[in-house]
Design a protein. Structure first.
Length: 251
């Protein structure tokens, strides 16, 4: 979309992603003077070559960061109120949390979650394009379900090789088996803190979530992966009561 805005003539993007972020990008570029229509549908049309102008624009909230915080509260038996959220962008995530036993309230611009004493396993989940369950929440879901009562099956249908966090969660005492593109998560009563490594962005966030719920200390290495998608995640979690801090290798 951004390249087409600067190209001369008309560009058509067929079968594009339909996430809210795509619509938001269109709205931002239109506020800059671009000629774009169709974001959120099966075809996006861009008439390029028009000069762009200054604009002031407020991006939509990050639904994956919001989902990560909700998952952290759920697995630590906590309560959380997210303000300036857009619940309508997170239906699949909120439905999962509700099925897992969380009390979830949503308003026009807020989400409130109150977790049970122990989460319950949920029906099989398969990652899907929006508005289905997002692949970027798969690992956080797995971390939460590793402590749930019962067994949950999670199928990753969007990306290959996106179960790198499984071996690290198993180090902490989780009981997860991968069969092709499905992870079978048998909930355990407790996790133990270990030294683990973030292999990717969302898997790293899942390890942080697991560490918050585990007994003892957890050290998550290679946190540059986490920094790719979260702005000082440890500070946000600390403000919510999490015992977490960023340390250097010399500490």
């Amino acid at each position: 979309m951004m390249a087409a805005v600067m190209a001369e003539g008309e560009t058509r993007i067929l079968n594009p992603a339909k996430e809210p972020e795509i619509i938001d990008l269109q709205n931002y570029l239109v506020s800059c003077g671009a000629q774009i229509s169709g974001a959120g549908s099966d075809e996006i049309r861009i008439i390029g070559g028009s000069p762009l102008r200054e604009t002031e624009y407020k991006p939509i909230p990050d639904r994956i960061e919001a989902g990560t915080l909700l998952a952290a509260a759920a697995v630590t038996r906590g309560k959380i109120l997210l303000k300036e959220a857009i619940p309508g962008h997170m239906d699949s995530i909120l439905n999962w949390l509700g099925e897992a036993g969380c009390k979830v309230q949503r308003g026009g611009d807020f989400i409130y979650l109150e977790a049970p004493d122990r989460l319950a396993a949920v029906r099989p989940i398969e990652t899907q394009p929006y508005p289905g369950f997002p692949t970027d929440m798969q690992s956080q879901l797995m971390a939460a379900m590793s402590l749930a009562k019962g067994t949950t099956e999670i199928t990753e249908s969007i990306f290959e090789n996106r179960f790198k966090h499984v071996s690290e969660l198993n180090k902490m005492g989780a009981d997860i088996q991968v069969i092709e593109r499905t992870a079978i998560v048998k909930g355990v009563e407790r996790l133990a803190g270990k030294r683990v490594t973030a292999a990717d962005l969302r898997g790293g966030a899942a390890l942080v979530i697991a560490g918050l719920a585990a007994e003892g200390n957890t050290i998550v290495e290679n946190i540059g992966q986490i920094d790719r998608g979260y702005d000082r995640l440890e500070d946000i979690l600390k403000s919510l009561g999490g015992q977490i801090e960023r340390v250097s290798h010399t500490d």
